[in-house]
Design a protein around this ligand. Structure first.
Ligand code: NAD
Length: 494
């Protein structure tokens, strides 16, 4: 392939792309699918074919599970230091190949190439997870007479992981890191919309000499491939990130097969509350970034803003200016692009259907409201004002650059409205009153709360996950290894 020339500011290096890998990564080797079937992935900027990729079916899942099962005894018997060393080398290899990874994400899901935050975060998180291998320890107790009692944390064995398309590499790392650090072996299915960067991790695993079968990477659809993982009798735990609908199907498949443990990272409809004393110079850019980063295709996007009525006009004017100026939409391969298109036609149509709804219901749309350009799945940055609380745009996850801005007059009333949702992933509050900030942070029903900041503010050493239908279990932080290990009590009679 010809070298890729990207108008790069120097943050990520230009590179000579390898042949785009289209095969499945099973037992340390790249192989075509057994059926030989392939599926197409399109570049959402050009609407042209980006790659045809082998599609994993039930038999390919079986092969991958068999490889992972054979690899488990030796991998779990390694010292934590040895597993740490493999993961650190994988992090180094990702860093070295950051340009290629960012390029593949740009041409499949439209993520801006230059300064791709998610590739850097993937490296950072993987280094954190590699250190976690040494922290998998138990407790001891002398509280029973004539006994020394212990708890042990041990890997499940073969685990499954299913990832979404919106932040492909980071979502993969948040599963591969703790799964392998704790001594499990893994069968991971990437999203059918953005499988290419995940396959590079297979090549890098080969390059660093990761033992065969420890990590298997499949490209394929939710059905049959994802479903086969969720149902597999030899998989003891599955970690899923994606929509509520698929999360529910996976829990059901787990319940109907071997009752494997399931952790879920699902969607959101995150509220952001701006009180009358808020610093708008801080609140407006934070709210703008939260909804426009990744073209609004973020589970933690603050998509419902509640502004105190006394500053609502000012806030909306400032937000209009910020949304028009920050994160300009353009080709993700051009430096200075703040956001790319929606991932594909289906997602574009979905976002447009909410804009059609706003038009049909005659909702106030002070900014945007339509398609941007004629080629590529670009949507205008959009504000919808004062939509009814029970309207579709206020209740459902749009997953696009579309934010609802409503007003409120009273703290208890806004809390009731902010919490009136089945989601509970992220919430934010902007105020200078410290007592109110803490009171509201406590009252908000969400797994993460930003005070005078909003998503994507997170930290690798703090747990991440959802309340209510936004999830089950936690990723990141010292708690992450709990979800990748079984707990055993050992009673030693003296
Ligand atoms: P999706 O649920 O459509 O797909 C996610 C993955 O699940 C894909 O790999 C897909 O092939 C697979 N899948 C679909 N149906 C399945 C089934 N029945 N059995 C097994 N696997 C199945 O979600 P998406 O469109 O890829 O991602 C967007 C969603 O993900 C949004 O709702 C977003 O909020 C959520 N998300 C959540 C987080 C988080 O950390 N909480 C992070 C990113 C995205």
């Amino acid at each position: 392939m010809a070298p890729v020339t990207v108008n790069d500011t120097g943050v990520t290096k230009s590179f000579q792309p390898q042949q785009i890998e289209d095969r499945l990564f099973i037992n340390g080797e790249f192989v075509p699918s057994i059926s030989g079937k392939k599926f197409d992935v399109y570049n959402p900027t050009t609407e042209k074919l980006a790659a045809s990729v082998y599609e994993a079916d039930v038999e390919d899942v079986d092969l991958a599970v068999k490889a992972a099962k054979e690899a488990f005894p030796a991998w779990s018997a390694l010292s934590a230091a040895e597993r740490t060393s493999y993961l650190n080398r994988l992090a180094d290899a990702i860093e070295t190949n950051a340009g290629e990874l960012a390029y593949l994400e740009a041409i499949t899901m439209g993520k801006p190439y230059v300064d791709d935050f998610s590739i850097k975060l993937s490296v950072y998180n993987l280094r954190y997870f590699s250190g976690k291998a040494l922290d998998v320890t138990g407790d001891s107790s002398l509280n029973t007479k004539d006994f020394v009692n212990l708890t042990l944390r041990q890997p499940f064995g073969v685990c499954g992981a299913i990832t979404p398309w919106n932040v492909p590499l980071l979502m993969l790392i948040n599963k591969v890191g703790p799964a392998l650090a704790t001594g499990n072996t893994l069968v991971l299915k990437s999203s059918e919309k953005s499988p290419l960067s995940s396959l590079v991790i297979g090549r890098l695993a080969q390059e660093i000499g990761l033992p065969k079968g420890v990590l298997n990477i499949l490209s394929g659809y939710g059905r049959p491939c994802g479903e086969a993982i969720a149902k597999h009798m030899d998989i003891r735990k599955v970690s899923f990130t994606g929509s509520v609908v698929a999360g529910r199907a996976i829990k059901k498949a787990a319940a109907e097969s071997n009752l494997k443990k399931v952790t879920l990272e699902l969607g959101g409809k995150s509220p952001l509350i701006v009180f009358e004393d808020a610093d708008l110079a801080k609140a407006v850019p934070a709210a703008t970034m939260s909804i426009l980063l990744n073209s609004g295709q973020s589970c933690i996007a603050s998509s419902r803003i509640y502004v105190h009525e006394s500053i609502a006009t000012q806030f909306t004017e400032n937000m209009k200016a910020a949304m028009a100026e920050l994160f300009p939409a353009a080709d993700p391969l051009i430096a200075g692009t703040g956001r790319g298109p929606q991932v594909d036609k289906a997602q574009f149509d979905r976002v447009m259907s909410y804009l059609d709804y706003a038009r049909e219901k005659k909702l106030t749309v002070p900014l945007g409201g339509g398609r941007q350009g004629t080629t590529g799945y670009f949507v205008e940055a959009t504000i919808i004002s004062n939509a009814p609380e029970d309207s579709k745009v206020m209740k459902e996850e749009i997953f696009g650059p579309v934010v609802c801005v409503n007003t409120f007059s009273d703290e208890s009333e806004v809390l009731q409205r902010a919490n009136d949702t089945e989601f509970g992933l992220y919430a934010s509050v902007f105020t200078k009153d410290i007592s109110r900030a803490l009171r509201v942070a406590k009252a908000l029903e969400a797994g993460s709360v930003g005070v005078n900041c909003s998503s994507p503010t997170m930290a690798v050493d703090l747990p991440f996950g959802g309340w209510k239908q936004s999830g089950d279990g936690r990723e990141l932080s010292k708690y992450c290894t709990d979800y990748w290990t079984e707990l055993k009590s050992v009673f030693i009679s003296l």
